[in-house]
Design a protein around this ligand. Structure first.
Ligand SMILES: NC(=O)c1ccc[n+]([C@@H]2O[C@H](COP(=O)([O-])OP(=O)(O)OC[C@H]3O[C@@H](n4cnc5c(N)ncnc54)[C@H](OP(=O)(O)O)[C@@H]3O)[C@@H](O)[C@H]2O)c1
Length: 295
C-alpha cells in the first residue's frame, strides 16, 4: 500500500537495521514514507541511506525526527534499553515495538514508553523478512485500539494482514508465541515422519504430494478443537482418545525396528495413556489440554 495522495506522509524512524529492521525500513520507503534510520553498527545505515532513508547518529536523534518510531532489535531487553536512551525525545511520539520478547517485557516497555508521554503498540511479526510489506504478511498488534486505528495505513504497509488483537500489548506477544508453539509441534511430527519414510527408502516429496490433502485437513481441525477447549466439552462420537493408542503403539514399534528416535511418539503415548487411565478414553484429543495446564 502506498501513502495516499491526500494523506500527509507520517515521518517514521526505524531503530535497528538487522535482517528484519532493514526489510521494515525498505517497505516504508517503498510505501512513500519519509524514513530516518539508526543502527548500532553504521554499515547497515549506509545501505538504507542508499535507498533513500535519512541517517541518525543516535536513537534520540532518530526519534526526534519522527512521529512514529519502529523498534526492531535483538530481544525485548535491548529494545527497552534503546528506547531508554531516547527517552527525552519520546513525548508525543507513537512507538511501534516489533521486537520479539516475553509478554511481561512488552508490557514493561509499554509502561516505559507511556510514562515518557508516548503511545505504544507491540507488533508480533509472523513472517520472514522477504515477505514484509506483502498483502499476506500477518502482524498481531497489541496496545490501545485508537492508536492502532490512527496508524493503520502505515502498519498495513508493513504487513497487509495487520490485526489489532488486544489493548494489552502482552496479548500480541502471546498470539505470536502460540503460533510458534503449534509450528514446532507440527514440524517435529513432519520431520519424525520424514526420518521414518527415508529409512524405508521413500522420498519425502513423493509422500508429501500424495498426502497433502490429509496434511491440509489437519488445520481444519483447529476450529473444532478450539470450541471444545473453550466450552470445556470434550465428549466426541468419533476419533476418541481410545482409538489413538493402538496407532501410537504401531508407530513406536515401527520406529524402533527402523532405529528411528522414539521420544516424540512415546511422549504422545504417555499423555494418551494417562488420559485413558483417568477415564477419558471416549473424549476428544482436545482433553489432553488438561495435561499441559498442569505444567
Ligand atoms: N528475521 C526474521 O525473519 C524475523 C521474523 C520475525 C520476527 N523477527 C524479530 O525481529 C527482531 C530482529 O531480528 P533480526 O532477524 O533482524 O535480527 P538480526 O538480523 O540479528 O539484527 C539484530 C538487530 O539488533 C541490533 N542489536 C543487537 N544487540 C544490540 C544492542 N545491544 N544494542 C543495540 N542494537 C542491538 C543489531 O545491531 P547491529 O547491526 O549493530 O548488530 C541489529 O540491528 C527480533 O526480535 C526477531 O525475533 C525477525
Amino acid at each position: 500500500m502506498s501513502v495516499h495522495e491526500n494523506e500527509q506522509a507520517v515521518a517514521v524512524a526505524v531503530l535497528g537495521l538487522g535482517e528484519m529492521g532493514s526489510a521494515l525500513a525498505v517497505a516504508l520507503l517503498d510505501a512513500g514514507y519519509p524514513v530516518t534510520v539508526w543502527n548500532r553498527s553504521e554499515d547497515k545505515v549506509h545501505q538504507l541511506v542508499a535507498k533513500g532513508a535519512r541517517p541518525a547518529a543516535t536513537p534520540e536523534a532518530a526519534v526526534a525526527a519522527a512521529e512514529v518510531v519502529i523498534v526492531n532489535v535483538k530481544g525485548g531487553a535491548v529494545a527497552a534499553e534503546v528506547l531508554r536512551t531516547a527517552a527525552s525525545a519520546l513525548p508525543g511520539r507513537t512507538v511501534v515495538d516489533l521486537t520479539d520478547g516475553s509478554s511481561e517485557q512488552s508490557r514493561a516497555t509499554g509502561q516505559l514508553v507511556t510514562t515518557h508521554g508516548a503511545d505504544y503498540l507491540h507488533g508480533q511479526i509472523m513472517t520472514i523478512a522477504p515477505a514484509v510489506g506483502s498483502p499476506d504478511a500477518v502482524v498481531f498488534y497489541g496496545g490501545l485500539r485508537d492508536v492502532f486505528d490512527r496508524h493503520e495505513a502505515l502498519l498495513r504497509s508493513l504487513g497487509g494482514r495487520a490485526t489489532h488483537v488486544s489493548d494489552d500489548p502482552g496479548v500480541a506477544v502471546l498470539y505470536g508465541m502460540a503460533v510458534h508453539d503449534i509450528m514446532w509441534g507440527l514440524l517435529n511430527g513432519f520431520l519424525h515422519a520424514a526420518a521414518l519414510l527415508g529409512n524405508a527408502g521413500i522420498r519425502v516429496g513423493d509422500f508429501q504430494q500424495v498426502a497433502q490433502p490429509s496434511l491440509t485437513a489437519l488445520s481444519s481441525l483447529f476450529p473444532m478443537l478450539a470450541g471444545e477447549i473453550d466450552r470445556a466439552e470434550f465428549a466426541t462420537p468419533y476419533g476418541a482418545l481410545v482409538h489413538h493408542l493402538p496407532s501410537l503403539d504401531d508407530l513406536i514399534a515401527e520406529s524402533r525396528v527402523r532405529g528411528i528416535d522414539v521420544d516424540l511418539p512415546t511422549y504422545t503415548r504417555k499423555l494418551v495413556a494417562a488420559a485413558l487411565d483417568a477415564g477419558h478414553g471416549h473424549d476428544s484429543y482436545s482433553r489432553l489440554v488438561e495435561h499441559f495446564r498442569r505444567g
